[in-house]
Design a protein around this ligand. Structure first.
Ligand SMILES: [Zn+2]
Length: 639
């Protein structure tokens, strides 16, 4: 076609297409403001931690006030049956931000880094010119410690201060919802030009349940609901801010929970151990630009992995290939046209029990059936038994159902990388038999966090009575006694933990510490050698082992340990001084001087180094230099 003909053809298409486009825009409710039509939507993600769907007003719960969530649902789309793939905060959030299953993104425990090949919502939107920021409510999502890699793609990630100058939990391990929102508002005020992707994490409903007044009073008999109502008030403030900033209309706002809360169902007080609906069923509300589809309620089962593909679809960003989730938008169209939507099965995972040496769990939830793979598997009919109280696994009538679910589960497992120790996990205890121990361990952890040592000790001793052979209980008790200065009691518990779980390098290191502090140098040496066998690059263990060898008058082995420590960190002062001491003990005074001369120049006020240098000079017969070093040491000590 000649060039002029092409131009005419394009103009003709445009003339035809324009009215059609306008008509579509009016019907769908999008693009009523032509100036805004071209601008990509702002994206606001709000995750409310530990939020059970059935404890939210618009989900039918009558004992809580959640006006912000209810209003957002009225102005958006509410999904009545949304489920998380994981009952663990970090794992679940990474699924929300990547659209990947836990065993695909691999962050199945705290502290595990998110591998760079998995793109996050922040990275994908930033590439398209979005200004990105994250505001977290708990230190467990801090990218410098327990959530490495989660800050990728964010221009600003609101981590906690490296050294909190408070013993209070507020500001050190947790921020109240209002504080999180204040931080988000302050950032937004300084970064007005869009489009924005802002993630706000409200941690409040997570235990301990301590809502501020007036929620503490109004909900005093059900404080978990008080936390939810308080978090809702923080959400209300954030939404009001977005409206005032003029960005509400053209935005997509997604609110969800990362997981629910056991609240004693199946004997689980909190979350993480099991894959029942009490911890997997979460609210999901999606407000689309221009309030498209507002008031729609979708009953089809959906998953938190569907959130990222939905956001990308609304923002017009191509989704990476191989996401596990799918956009929710086709479900809205299907609902409005009355067409059936294909079922979206939920593959649930928890590796959290592995922390205590118990079997990890996998679950498959279809619309009507739940299959839980465990040492003692479980099958539930979710229609007749939504609380999952009647396990049908052994009932002969359901053999066929079991086979179907097992086959379906095998299909899902084929999509994910194989578990590391799948074979070993088969022999581990069933978490169902350990839930009371886990509740006590959790209480002890909270008490220790709040410096309530006596309460922590009581919970742990009770756990030990229930289960004298769980290494994690012994280790936690040992750590508590170590911190309390009860070194021989600590050593007693840690020794038992190491006997039961010899590969636990941390317990062995702590045993070494406890023994060193009770003056048992040979015991400390053995424990530290064994710790380093399983984790050779531990710097503190190397230094402590070097010191144990010095005490045992074995300077050659001591020098080996300090040299190994310096290979890991050449600037480590303890290792440098330890090595000098080892050289002096071996009468290698020249070696000691060379260890120390440079060091004392850089650390001219380090009295210990100066005293060692004096001993080394004296060994070489350099009395004048020795006296000078001693004088400098004395001056440094006086300061
Ligand atoms: Zn959580």
């Amino acid at each position: 076609m000649p060039r002029t003909a092409i131009i005419k053809f394009v103009h003709a298409i445009n003339r035809l297409a324009r009215p059609l486009f306008c008509l579509l825009a009016v019907i769908s409710g999008w693009g009523q403001n032509p100036a805004r039509q071209k601008s990509p939507p702002d994206v606001f993600l709000i995750t409310i931690d530990t939020l059970r769907a059935d404890h939210v007003g618009c989900y039918g719960y009558r004992n809580v006030e959640t006006p912000a969530l209810d209003a957002l649902a009225a102005g958006g789309v509410r999904f009545t049956r949304a489920f998380t793939h994981s009952p663990i905060t970090n794992t679940s959030h990474i699924t929300i931000l990547t659209g990947l299953l836990p065993s695909v993104h691999g962050v199945t425990d705290f502290g595990v880094p998110l591998a760079p090949e998995h793109a996050t919502a922040a990275e994908l939107l930033k590439q398209r010119g979005y200004h990105t920021a994250a505001f977290i409510g708990a230190v467990i999502l801090d990218s410098k410690s327990l959530a490495p890699g989660l800050d990728r793609g964010f221009d600003f990630y609101d981590n906690f201060p490296a050294k909190a100058n408070t013993k209070e939990r507020w500001g050190r391990v947790e921020r109240r919802g209002m504080t999180v929102v204040e931080h988000a508002e302050a950032w937004f005020d300084k970064h007005r030009s869009g489009p924005h992707f802002v993630w706000v994490h409200l941690y409040d409903p997570h235990d301990p349940y301590e809502p501020p007044p007036p929620y503490s009073e109004k909900y005093k008999d059900h404080l978990y609901d008080g936390e939810i109502s308080y978090a809702d008030s923080a959400l209300a403030r954030w939404i009001a801010f977005l409206k005032k900033a003029g960005v509400y209309d053209n935005s997509i706002i997604v609110v969800t929970g990362d997981h629910g809360e056991g609240l004693g169902e199946h004997k689980e007080e909190t979350h993480g151990l099991f894959l029942y609906d009490s911890t997997l069923h979460v609210p999901l509300i999606v407000k689309l630009p221009r309030a498209a589809h507002h008031g729609l309620v979708i009953e089809a089962q959906v998953r938190t992995s569907d959130i990222l593909p939905t956001i990308l679809s609304v923002a017009g960003v191509t989704a990476p290939a191989d996401l596990n989730g799918e956009s929710l938008l086709p479900l809205l169209a299907a609902k409005q046209s009355g067409a059936p939507a294909p079922e979206r099965a939920l593959f649930g995972e928890t590796d959290y029990p592995l922390r205590w040496g118990w079997a990890p769990l996998r679950a498959l939830r279809s619309e009507n059936t739940k299959w839980i793979e465990a040492p003692r598997p479980e099958l539930y009919d979710l229609v007749s038994d939504p609380k999952e109280l009647k396990d049908l696994y052994s009932s002969s009538a359901d053999k066929e159902k079991v086979q179907t679910m097992q086959a379906e589960m095998a299909n899902w497992k084929a999509k994910v990388p194989p578990a590391n120790d799948a074979k070993a996990a088969e022999d581990l205890p069933d978490p169902k038999d350990k839930v009371e121990v886990q509740n006590l361990l959790h209480n002890a952890m909270l008490a220790a966090d709040d410096n309530r040592t006596a309460d922590a000790r009581q919970s742990l001793e009770k756990a030990l009575e229930l289960d004298p052979k769980t290494p994690a209980v012994l280790r936690q008790l040992g750590e508590l006694e170590l911190a309390a200065g009860e070194f021989s009691t600590a050593a007693h518990h840690l020794k038992r933990a190491c006997e039961l779980h010899p590969e636990d390098s941390t317990a062995a290191f702590e045993l070494g510490e406890a023994m060193e502090k009770s003056g048992d140098w040979a015991g400390a040496r053995d424990a530290l050698e064994s710790s380093l066998k399983f984790a050779p690059s531990q710097l503190p263990a190397r230094v402590l082992l070097g010191r144990a060898y010095l005490q045992l008058k074995d300077p050659k082995n001591a020098a080996d340990q300090f040299e190994a420590a310096l290979l890991v960190d050449s600037g480590n002062s303890d290792a440098r001084l330890g090595l000098a001491e080892a050289h002096i003990q071996q009468s290698d005074f020249t070696g000691a001087v060379s260890d120390l001369e440079g060091f004392t120049k850089a650390h001219s006020q380090n009295a210990e180094a100066l005293r060692l240098l004096a001993r080394a000079y004296r060994g070489l017969g350099k009395e004048q230099e020795a006296r000078l070093a001693e004088a400098k040491a004395a001056a440094a000590e006086r300061k």
